[in-house]
Design a protein around this ligand. Structure first.
Ligand SMILES: NC(=O)c1ccc[n+]([C@@H]2O[C@H](COP(=O)([O-])OP(=O)(O)OC[C@H]3O[C@@H](n4cnc5c(N)ncnc54)[C@H](OP(=O)(O)O)[C@@H]3O)[C@@H](O)[C@H]2O)c1
Length: 320
């Protein structure tokens, strides 16, 4: 396993992380235990969850139990800010909500500190100074070790970094955004800002919910036991993944992989990890074999000529 610094921080994280949003949603405690155990065996240290995952904290609870004594080998990343209930006090990034959220997450995780505490999405109703001061207070209290953001745009990240710096408070060390071979929008705006300010990228949906494993075909029903079988009617998320254009790109990438004699899964990991700004690929996994497969796939690195061919299919989106 390769370990990378999380942005410019001194915190090292495994280049393959484990996304934990399946826990409590598609996976029970026993399934969670076996996936977490195999992740630790493979040298994975970064476990990414959120208060909202699995439905009101189930993912955090299952992760905490599954880690057990393995907690001291783990870097736990969690998040606050998405609605945990009705009403004005169950959501957002106010000091009031942050202070309540952290206590609830610590309790569910069964730990007395969170390694990386992330704001799940920008909260336009709260001044960023208030959010950052509250997060920094948690660092000073020892409840949180590092702080990060998620779903921020480039300007929102720059505003946050400047605000923290100007009042001598902790800065974000990570930015978690959707990023994969098929979803490259952040190359335009967020990645240049993150590189400038030394913020590590944690790409979410790195496998496009399984599309980049090559196991789905547009004209075939998803196999039993897969995420897209469970989401039979494809639900509200369908448009973000299940489109003719996306499958066309997947097919073109698969042809390229055949030509260069490696798998699509290897390309999904190797392409992301080819960027030095990416600190860890936090793919979700529902079985130990998937965890092992993902760690193996991350050992692949595409050659420069293949990178050019990839850009012809899915990008590039970088300015200039
Ligand atoms: N910050 C945010 O707003 C945000 C939003 C979404 C996600 N996230 C984070 O990002 C993480 C990753 O996203 P994700 O888990 O939703 O999607 P993903 O990593 O793109 O895809 C995960 C799915 O791919 C399949 N898979 C994984 N490894 C495989 C393998 N080796 N072979 C075959 N299939 C494999 C599994 O599907 P099956 O279920 O079919 O086994 C798994 O559930 C989440 O867990 C969460 O921590 C953050």
């Amino acid at each position: 396993m390769e370990y990378r610094n999380l942005g410019q921080s001194g915190l090292q994280v495994s280049s393959v992380g484990l996304g934990c949003n399946n826990f409590g949603m598609l996976m029970n405690q026993q399934q969670t235990n076996s996936v977490v155990a195999s992740a630790l065996d493979e040298g994975i240290t970064l476990f990414d969850t959120a208060d909202i995952y699995g439905g009101k904290g189930k993912s955090e609870t299952q992760l905490g139990k599954a880690l057990g004594k393995g907690r001291n080998r783990a870097i736990i990343a969690t998040k606050f800010g998405n609605p945990m209930g009705d009403g004005p006090y169950e959501t957002g990034a106010s000091r009031h909500h942050i202070m309540r959220s952290v206590e609830a997450s610590l309790m569910r995780l069964g730990t007395d500190y969170i390694d990386l505490y992330q704001i799940h999405k920008p909260d336009p109703a709260t001044p960023i100074e208030e959010t950052l001061r509250a997060m920094d207070d948690l660092v000073r209290e020892g409840k949180v070790r590092y702080i990060g953001c998620s779903n921020f745009t480039g300007w929102e990240l720059v505003e946050a970094q400047w605000t923290s710096k100007s009042c001598g408070r902790s800065c974000f060390v990570s930015a978690q955004n959707r990023y994969s071979l098929l979803s490259r929008d952040i190359e335009q705006d967020l990645i240049p800002a993150a590189e400038k300010y030394g913020v590590g990228i944690l790409p979410f949906f790195p496998l496009e919910s399984g599309l980049l494993t090559g196991k789905y075909k547009l004209d075939q029903a998803p196999k039993k036991g897969t995420r897209w079988h469970a989401w039979k009617d494809r639900g509200p998320m369908a448009d973000a993944f299940w489109s003719q254009d996306r499958f066309k790109q997947v097919d073109a990438l698969q042809t390229l992989c055949d030509q260069y004699e490696h798998t699509l899964l290897e390309l999904a990991f190797g392409w992301l990890l080819n960027s030095s700004c990416v600190s860890s690929v936090i793919a979700g996994a529902t079985k130990p074999a998937q965890v092992r497969g993902n760690v193996k796939a991350a050992g692949f690195s595409p050659e420069a000529d293949e990178m050019v061919e990839i850009d012809k299919i899915t990008g590039p989106h970088r300015p200039g």
